[in-house]
Design a protein around this ligand. Structure first.
Ligand code: NAP
Length: 353
C-alpha cells in the first residue's frame, strides 16, 4: 500500500543549466511540484520555446542579469492550468494558457510544471496547436512591437527583414504579409524557399551585398529595415539600405552566434552613433516587452486569435522532448534550421525530428 501511494506522487521534471558551457550542461532534475502562492496558478507545460537568448545565457555568465547556476531557461510557454492559488478567480483548472515567463526573470520555461502570476497568463483558444501557439508568445510579440508600435508600418511600404527565416524574422514576414508590405529578406540560400513562401524576395547575405540589392530592387532604398543581427558593419549597411525618411529598427544581436559576445559593445556604440547622425533617416529601438504588461496581454490575445482563425502560420522547425533540451540547443548552434525550435512535454505530445 505504501509503495502504491509513493508511485502515485507526481513529481516535476525540470531542465537546469548546471554550469555555463556546452549544451551538455543542460540536465534534467526531479523535484516536488511547485505550489501556487496567492494570485498564482500552477501550469502543466505542453510546449516551451527555445530561443537564441537561451544559448547566450547557457554559454556564458557574462551577460548582464544572468542568474547564478543552477537555473532554468525558457522565456515562453503554453500549458494547461493545473492548480490555482488563493484569490485567483479568472482562471480554472483545465484551461489552456500562454505566457512569457517575465515574472520569473530570465526564463523558467524548460519544465513540466511552473507557477506564474495568474494576471500574466493569456487564454489560448480551443483547437490551437501548443507548439504553434508558443511561437506567438515572444517571437510574434517582438515582431509585432517592432513592426507596428516602433516602425508604424503602412500598407505598401517596402521593408527589409534580416534573419528572415529565423524565429523572429519569419514572424516579421508572417505579420508583414497581413499588413500588406512589400518584403525583402536576408537569409542563407538553404532558407530561400521558405523566405519566398513567406512572400518575401530572398537576398543571400553571404554572397550578395544587401545594400546594393535593396537599392536595385526598390530604386531608392527601403522604407524600413528590421535588424536583430547587430554588429557595427551590419548596422551601418542596414542604415545605408534605407531610402529617404527610412527607419532602421534595431532589436537584437543574433551576430553573437558567430562573433561571440564581443560584438555587443560594438553594436551598442554603433547604435549610439547612428542615433546622433543628422539627416532624414531614423534609428529606432524597441522597448522591453516585460515592462509593457497591458500591451503584452492585449497583443498576445490578439495574436492567438489570429492563429486560431488560421491567419498566422508560425514556422515550427522541430518538436523535441523536454528531456532532450541539449539536442535542441545543438540544433540551434548549427546552421541550416529555420523558424522556432519547441520543447514538448509528454502531455504536449512528441513528434521528434
Ligand atoms: N528585443 C527583443 O525583445 C527580442 C526578442 C527575441 C529575439 N531578439 C533578438 O533576435 C535575435 C534572433 O532571434 P531568433 O530567435 O530569430 O534567432 P534565430 O531563430 O536563430 O534566427 C537568427 C537568424 O539570423 C540569421 N543570420 C545570422 N547571421 C546573419 C547575418 N549576418 N545576416 C542576416 N541573417 C543572419 C540566420 O539565418 P540563416 O540560417 O538563413 O543564415 C538565422 O535564421 C536574437 O539573437 C535576439 O538578439 C530580440
Amino acid at each position: 500500500m505504501i509503495t502504491k501511494v509513493m508511485t502515485d506522487v507526481v513529481k516535476n521534471h525540470r531542465i537546469v543549466v548546471t554550469k555555463h558551457g556546452a549544451p551538455d550542461v543542460l540536465q534534467m532534475i526531479e523535484e516536488d511540484l511547485p505550489e501556487p502562492k496567492r494570485g498564482e496558478v500552477r501550469v502543466q507545460v505542453l510546449a516551451a520555446g527555445v530561443s537564441a537568448y537561451d544559448l547566450m545565457f547557457r554559454q556564458s555568465g557574462r551577460l548582464p542579469g544572468t542568474p547564478k547556476s543552477p537555473f532554468t531557461l525558457g522565456e515562453d510557454i503554453v500549458g494547461v492550468v493545473d492548480a490555482v492559488g488563493e484569490g485567483v478567480t479568472a482562471l480554472s483548472p483545465g484551461q489552456t494558457v500562454a505566457a512569457a515567463t517575465f515574472a520569473l526573470g530570465l526564463g523558467g520555461g524548460y519544465t513540466e510544471y511552473l507557477c506564474l502570476p495568474a494576471d500574466e497568463l493569456v487564454p489560448v483558444p480551443a483547437g490551437v496547436d501548443p507548439a504553434e501557439a508558443v511561437c506567438v508568445v515572444v517571437n510574434y510579440l517582438t515582431a509585432h512591437m517592432a513592426m507596428h508600435r516602433v516602425a508604424g508600418v503602412r500598407r505598401g511600404e517596402r521593408v527589409l527583414v534580416h534573419g528572415a527565416a529565423g524565429g523572429v524574422g519569419s514572424a516579421l514576414l508572417d505579420l508583414g504579409r497581413l499588413a500588406g508590405l512589400e518584403m525583402f529578406g536576408t537569409a542563407s540560400s538553404y532558407n530561400h524557399e521558405l523566405v519566398s513562401a513567406l512572400r518575401a524576395t530572398p537576398i543571400d547575405y553571404r554572397k550578395e551585398d544587401f545594400v546594393k540589392r535593396s537599392h536595385s530592387l526598390t530604386g531608392d532604398g527601403v522604407d524600413v529595415v528590421f535588424d536583430h543581427i547587430g554588429g557595427a558593419g551590419q548596422l551601418w549597411r542596414s542604415y545605408k539600405a534605407l531610402g529617404r525618411n527610412g527607419r532602421l529598427v534595431w532589436f537584437g544581436v543574433a551576430a553573437t552566434k558567430k562573433s561571440g559576445l564581443r560584438v555587443i559593445p560594438l553594436t551598442l556604440l554603433t547604435v549610439g552613433l547612428l542615433k546622433l547622425l543628422p539627416g532624414s533617416k531614423h534609428l529606432l529601438l524597441t522597448p522591453d516587452l516585460s515592462k509593457e504588461k497591458a500591451w503584452y496581454l492585449e497583443t498576445l490575445a490578439e495574436l492567438l486569435g489570429l492563429l486560431a482563425a488560421g491567419k498566422l502560420k508560425p514556422v515550427v522547425t522541430a518538436r523535441i522532448p523536454l528531456a532532450e533540451a541539449a539536442c535542441a540547443h545543438e540544433l540551434l548552434e548549427r546552421d541550416g534550421y529555420a523558424g522556432k525550435v519547441v520543447l514538448v512535454t509528454q502531455r504536449g505530445g512528441q513528434n521528434h525530428v
